[in-house]
Write a protein that binds this ligand. Sequence first.
Ligand SMILES: O=P(O)(O)OC[C@H]1O[C@@H](O)[C@H](O)[C@@H](O)[C@@H]1O
Length: 254
Amino acid sequence: MMPLGLPPSVRACLFDLDGVLTSTAVVHAAAWKEMFDDFLRGREGKDFRPFSPGDYDKYVDGRPRTDGVRTFLASRGIELPEGRPDDPPGRESVQGLGNCKNDLLLEKIHKEGVRAYPGSVRYVKAVRDAGLHTAVVSSSKNCRDVLVAVGIEELFEVRIDGIVADERGLPGKPAPDTFLAAAHDLGVEAGGCAVFEDALAGMEAGRDGRFGYVVGVDRVGQAEELRRHGADVVVTDLAGLAGLADHDGQEDSA
Ligand SMILES: O=P(O)(O)OC[C@H]1O[C@@H](O)[C@H](O)[C@@H](O)[C@@H]1O
């Protein structure tokens, strides 16, 4: 292993954004819950079965926005029309629900702010100092805005996000295509890349793309699930992987 905690064959690191680099995974989860609970309450009345953290991890986390809507609705046996990308948030369509969630997300981000995990930033800088390539691979269409807001956009040579994936017609996670596109753009074969992910869908993408090493980042106590979905190693913070703990010995928590 290199000092970075990676096999010596690794020449590039592909980082997910929400929950790996920034604290935005919990903001996404809260926006999804608010939107789905409102929708389910309206449909089923006050005894509706709420959207749970398990629902988020299994059906929504890591996937592109409309895939998240479709996958969760299918798990409850609900089918809605696709609708149009400009459907208003109140419209009961896949796109309408997605737009509603995005409005809630932006409102929360505006109110609460976002931050990068200091341990992750130290780790990405150490990766660059070691001469490895870096990319950010996120399903989110808000990826670039979040990177800019926390001031870390420049740390990545390549960005494959929800907008780029749409432009190139790439299927989102759990398919490995967005990670493979990042590897290709960096000029490194999948076997020479390490994938860093906190979502089960992202783990599957790392495993199915046959990447050299898959690091599961566990911020919510799902280490076993991450391993079952393909993680080679699970850490609670990236700094821990490289022995880059804070001056007072602390690693980041969620
Ligand atoms: O709605 P956005 O910002 O395009 O993000 C899509 C998805 O991006 C992923 O990174 C998050 O884990 C999901 O929760 C989110 O739904």
